[in-house]
Design a protein around this ligand. Structure first.
Ligand code: OAD
Length: 236
């Protein structure tokens, strides 16, 4: 039996838009409602950790009232026929809840909190669920430092970028869904595809991609776009 083709997905906020989670940069998006550098940067965390803690408490409350959309489910269903890896900029767990088994979170995970002194040390990670989704501002991690959201803040390194780039480099097909490709290094992952690898982009709006790359734009939302993609792949 031939080996399954490797499909790598790179997803962003638009992937979860049909689940009811706001994107960041669309009209009415999160960064119009909140000052991004106060709630999502390293400096913002140092200046006002209580504000940041409350902001992510609110995001977590919303997440636990949210379900995966059709698009998440179709991405998960692709595992039947393909070797699938999902690289997501999203901090929600909707890919996992839809059934995807290999998910790389570039920007952290909303359901986790960690030590603010030793962010990547799993010893201090805690997983929060619907019944304990709020952190009281000022709560300490087991090492005595403030408990912080396990989020990669602006101004911080992205620890999972190297494994993500390695996966993109091995992809037979790259599918980008619902990201404006504004935030680096995630946006640069597209450059790690091998020459000639088909790249599909699912987004209702135009998204600019690096010059010279040939990208098939499926101009639709995540669910409809995934249906169209699966038809295209079935025919090829
Ligand atoms: P953006 O808000 O920048 O882009 C969302 C993209 O989703 C846009 O291109 C929209 O056109 C598209 N979109 C909207 N509705 C859609 C739908 N139903 N189906 C498919 N696509 C849809 O979000 P990201 O590119 O994910 O980082 O933002 C990247 C990072 O910036 C985030 O991970 C976050 C943010 O600041 C951190 O907070 C660290």
């Amino acid at each position: 039996m031939a080996a399954k083709k490797k499909v790598v997905f790179l997803t962003g906020a638009g992937m979860s838009a049909e689940s009811g989670i706001s994107t960041f940069r669309d009209a009415g998006g999160l960064w119009e409602q909140y000052p991004v550098m106060q709630v999502a940067s390293h400096t913002g965390w140092l200046q006002d950790p209580d504000l940041v803690t409350r902001f992510y408490n609110e995001r977590r409350r919303q997440l636990f009232n949210t379900q995966p959309c059709g698009g998440h489910k179709l991405v998960a269903a692709m595992e039947q026929d393909y070797d699938v890896v999902v690289i997501t900029q999203n901090v929600d767990d909707l890919h996992e809840r839809a059934g995807s088994t290999r998910v790389i979170h570039l920007h952290g995970e909303l359901c986790k909190v960690c030590s603010s002194r030793d962010v990547e040390n799993p010893r201090y990670w805690q997983t929060l669920g619907p019944d304990n989704c709020e952190v009281t501002p000022g709560t300490k991690a087991a090492d005595g430092s403030l408990l912080r959201p396990y989020i990669v803040f602006f101004e911080e390194a992205v620890p999972m970028i190297a494994p993500a780039a390695e996966q993109v480099g091995k992809a037979d097909i790259l599918v980008i869904i619902g990201t404006s490709l504004n935030v680096y290094p995630a946006a640069g992952l597209i450059n790690y595809t091998q020459s000639g690898t088909p790249i599909y982009l699912i987004d209702p709006k135009d998204v600019s991609v690096p010059y010279g790359l040939s990208v098939t734009h499926i101009k639709a939302g995540a669910t409809e776009g995934m249906k169209q993609l699966m038809e295209i792949l079935n025919k090829s």
